[in-house]
Design a protein around this ligand. Structure first.
Ligand code: ARG
Length: 362
């Protein structure tokens, strides 16, 4: 019951009466389960965000809004809840932090879950010559949904269908309604040719393959979303050699000398690409934070947590940006270790080191 007692000692829950604890403990003793209230679940999800060592955006944990979809038990109903999530989260570009929580696993352990890593992802098509059109990170899920009858247009930015698994149905896929997919076309403030690269990215990052662990219960279906840091898109999704790998193309357009690494052509292309990403989201009216600003926000968050007497487990390698890291204050210090396993939290689906849930035993 460690986790439960921690949970009820959070100041945010102090107004809940002891009765509630007794009630839950009685239900646990009799049925092996208990029902969390909307408020408990929403606060629990906020604390899970606050505790997540890999997130640099945690300063805003109090703003997280819950969509309670615990009643959604068919794939149709779950898809509907996900569309509502995208509607609320996108908000025409003024992005709102949202989590949608679905049903708990059945007593026999079978789960309701979203198989797609995010609500919005781009397909990757393996070509006969071995190259990939689209996002190489998603070749295997693209092949899987194609075997299930999905057909994409074959462009580099086809939105994948959402793949949902429930205990009582076959795995099913759903086309994401296009009016719910806000996207940003990438242009550059100074280089008109940049638009011709045809780059675009979606507004909302909505991670859908992590389990929300709260109050001793594990919810495998719990997509959550906030907003992007430019580097996620510009310094990873577009730049990684095993993703869209755009730096050589951009360097060519910039007429950089690519014959030697010593010219730092990669670094120069990377900066221009990230300028373009920030410029484009701003022009489109879609919230995005730059890596300098988010680092400052994180420092102020850590200081606040310290002065509140709380631990703030932090994964240095995740919260530092993948470019210009030493230019940000987050680079120059140590943090509480990331492996303290503080709950509530978001946990990866397959992590054998996760202790079994004390209630379901899984
Ligand atoms: N890095 C992931 C992506 O590029 C998104 C992870 C969540 N990020 C966020 N800002 N909430 O799609």
């Amino acid at each position: 019951m460690e986790e439960c007692s921690d949970f009820f000692h959070q100041p945010e829950l102090a107004h809940l009466r002891d009765l509630r604890l007794e009630e839950s403990l009685r239900s646990l003793a009799v049925t092996g389960r208990y029902q969390q209230t909307f408020e408990e679940l929403e606060i629990g999800a906020r604390l899970a965000w606050r505790n997540h060592a890999r997130c640099v955006g945690r300063k805003h944990w109090r703003m997280l809004k819950l969509i309670d979809a615990r009643h959604a038990t068919t794939a149709d109903e779950i898809a509907e809840a996900c569309w509502e999530h995208l509607r609320v989260a996108t908000n025409g570009g003024a992005l709102r932090s949202v989590i949608t929580v679905g049903p708990l696993p059945l007593p026999d352990g079978r789960e309701y879950k979203i198989i797609s890593p995010q609500l919005i992802r781009y397909a990757g098509y393996r070509n006969p010559d071995g190259t990939v059109t689209g996002d190489p990170a998603h070749v295997s899920i693209t092949e899987a949904v194609t075997r299930m009858g999905w057909r994409g247009d074959g462009t580099p930015f086809d939105v994948l269908p959402l793949v949902i698994s429930t205990p009582h149905e076959h795995v099913r896929w759903y086309d994401v309604p296009s009016e719910l997919v806000l996207e940003v076309e990438i242009t550059h403030p100074d280089y008109p040719w940049f638009a011709d690269l045809g780059l675009r990215w979606h507004a909302v990052p909505a991670v859908s393959n992590m389990t929300l662990s709260v109050g001793g219960l594990n919810y495998p279906l719990a997509p959550f979303s906030g907003w992007y840091v430019n580097t996620e898109v510009g310094a990873r999704n577009f730049s990684d050699e095993n993703r869209y790998n755009m730096l050589p193309t951009i360097a060519e357009h910039l007429d950089l000398d690519m014959r030697s690494e010593r010219t730092l052509w990669r670094d120069r292309a990377l900066v221009e690409l990230n300028r373009a990403v920030i410029h484009s989201y701003r022009r489109a009216g879609v919230i995005m934070v730059d890596h300098h600003t988010v680092a400052r926000q994180f420092m102020s968050h850590v200081k606040h947590e310290e002065s509140s007497g709380r631990k703030c487990p932090t994964d240095w390698s995740w919260i530092n940006p993948p470019m210009s890291a030493a230019l940000t204050p987050t680079f120059h210090r140590y943090y509480d270790p990331p492996d303290m396993d503080v709950r509530p939290n978001f946990v990866s689906r397959r992590r054998s080191s996760d202790p079994a849930c004390p209630i379901t035993g899984r």
